[in-house]
Ligand binder design. Sequence first.
Ligand SMILES: [Zn+2]
Length: 722
Amino acid sequence: MILLFIGLVVVFATVSCKSDDAKMPEITKEAMAAADAAVAANPDNPFFKPYGTPFGVPPFDKIKTEHFLPAIQEGIRREQAEVDAIVALKAKPTFANTVAALDHTGIFLSDVTSVFGTLQGALTTKELQALARQTAPMLAAHSDNIGLDPKLFERVKAVYDRRATLDLGREELFLLENTYKDFVRGGALLDEAQKARLRELNQELSLLSVKFGENVLGETNAFQLVIGDKADLAGLPPSVVAMAAAAAKQAGLADGRWLFTIHVPSMTPFLTYSERRPLREKLHRAYFMKGDNDNELDNKENLRQIAALRLEKAKLLGYPNHAAFVLEKNMAKTPEKVNEFLAQLWEPTLVKAREEAAALQALMDRDPKAGKGELGSWDWWYYTEKLRQEKYALDDSALRPYFKIDNVRDGIFALCDKLYGLKFIAKPELPRYHPDVQVFEVQEADGSHLGVLTMDFHPRPSKRSGAWSGGLRRAYYEQGVRVPPISTITCNFTLPTADAPALLSVDEVETFFHEFGHSLATLFSQGRYRSRTIARDSVELPSQIMEHWVLEPELLAVYAKHYQTGEPIPADLVEKLEKSSLFNQGFITSEYLAACILDMAWHTAADPGSVDVRMFEQEAMDKIGLIRAIMPRYRSTYFSHIFSGGYSAGYYNYIWSEILDCDAYEAFEEKGIFDRETATSFRKNILEPFGTEDMMTQYVRFRGAEPKIDGLLRNRGLEVKK
Ligand SMILES: [Zn+2]
C-alpha cells in the first residue's frame, strides 16, 4: 500500500583534509571547456545556472520538458569527468582523494534526476515517459561504467586495505566500508571469465523476472467469474454489485451479467460478502493457482531457474546462498538470524490463527447456508466479516468527518512541535510543480532553518498510485556548512467534494503519518557525505513509529475534530477503533509470515533448480504447521515481490522494521508519548545519522539494548498466554 521512494545515493559532502588538498583530483582543462560550452549552448536551461530561489527550491515555473535531456547528458559527462580525474590521480590513494572524492561526484546529475523523478511520479506526461525510456539505459550504462572500472576499484581497495591504520571517524569508516563492499558485490574482485559469467547471469535473471511478472499479469487477467443469475449475487452489497456490473459492461459482456476477477479489489469484496460458497471457492482457487496451471503461463520452471541462477551468482561472489548475499547489508545480517526471528513470531501467531479458525468454524457450523465441511481458505473473509459485524459495529463514514485533511496535517505539525519543537511555516510564494502542492519551511525551535517540505495530497491522472516520501535534495555539508534538505510527500488521498472538504479514512490518516515519518528522517539528516547506506529491514522505522501516535487519545484530542461542529471525536468511537485493530491479526500475521518463510526457503535451498515446486512449498508450510484454511499471502508461482521485484530474501523487511518501531515506541510510552528527552534521543541517535552508520549500533545507543519482539507481539495481540 505504501510505496517508499528514497534514492539510495543522493546528496553531497565536502571533506576538508588540508594535508591532502594538493593531491585532490582535478578535472581536466578539456572537461572544463566542455562544461563551459554546455552552459553556453543552454542559455535558457535552468539546470545550467544557479537556481536563485529561496532555499534553492527548483524553479519549477521555468523548468520545461526539453530541459531534461541536455541536462542529463551533461550530468553524465560531468560525473564521468570527475571519476576520470580520480582515476588519473598520480598521488597515493587516500580517503579524501578517492573515497570522499567519489562520494562528491555527480552532483549536477542528481540535481537534475531528482527533479525528473519527482515529476515522473507526480505529474507525468507522455513526453516525460518517453524521456524516461530514453534515459534509463543511458543512466544504467553510466552507472556500470563507474562500478566496473577496475582502476577506480584498485584505488578504493588500496584505501580499504589500509583502513585499520587510517584513524578514520565513524562516518568515514562506514562510507569506506560500504563503498568497497558495493564494488565487491558488483563483481569487482572476480577474474575476467567470472565477470563474463556474472554479466550473463544478470542478463538471464533480468529476462526471467520480466517473464515471471508477465505471466502473473497474464494469469490474473485471464480468469473471469461471470455471474448471469441474480441469485448468485446473494450477500453482496449494492456498491459491490454495481462495481461488478460496470466491470462486465467494460469487458463487453451482455446486460444482466456481473463480472468478478482475481484482481484483489474485485476478489476481496466477493470473498467477504458472497453467500455462494462454491463460487467463493472457484474464485479463490483461480487466484491461488495463478502460474501453477501447467499452461504456457506457468511459472514453476521460471522460478526454479531464477532461484538456481541466484544461487550460482551468490556462490560466484563467495556467499553460501542468495539470502546470505542479500542479508549481509541488512540489520539481520544472516539467514539464520532472520529465520530465528520469524520462528519466534510464528509460534504465538499460529496459536492466534488456530483460535480464529476455531471461532470461524463454529460460526460456519451454525450457518444453514454453508453445508457441512471444513473451513476453507475461501471461507475466511466471509466468516471474518460476519464476526466483525457481530463484535464491533464500526462504520467508516462515521469516522471520516473527524479526519479533515487540514486538521490531520495540523495534528502532525502539533506532534512535531511537541516532540521536536519544529515549526511549519506556509510558503505559498515558493516555486511548485502544481497549484495543489503545499510548501512549508521547517524551522527549529529557535527559528533557524531546517529544511523545506512539500505536500501533494490528491490523485490526478498524471500521478502514480500509492503514497511516498521523496526528496528534491538530501542534507549535506559543503565547506563545513549544512545545505538543507527538501523533502516531498506525495499521496492519493480522498478528494474533497462539492459539499465537503477532503475527509480521510483511518488508513489514509495512518499513511499520512507514515510518510511524514520518512520525511522527518530526511529533514533531520546530519550526514556529512552524499551516500547513504540504509539497511532495508530498518527503512520503515522512522515511518512506522509515527503510526503509533495516530490513535493516541492525547493526540486525537488535538486534531480529530468534526469538520462541521468542531466537536472532538467521541471516546466510544476511539475505543471501538482500538479494539478492532487487533481483530483477525492471527490471519493477517500468519499469511504474511508464511510468505516470509517461503521466501527464505527458496533463497537458502541447496538445489532449488531441481525441486518439485508444489512439493517444495508444501514441505515448507508443513514444517511450520500452517493450517489448511490459511494460504501464504503469496504462493511461489505468483510471488512477484521475490521473483520479479526487489524483495528476494527481503519480504520480512516490513515486520523487522515493525519490531524496531514497536520497541522504540515503548521508550515513549515509558516516559510519556510527548516526552521531549526521548524524542531528542530518537532524533540524535536514529534520525540524524540514518544511513550513515550501522543501524543496530544506532538503535542500541537510543534504546540501551537491542530491540525485543515483545512490543510487536503486544501491538498485534499475539502474546502467548502463560
Ligand atoms: Zn514507508
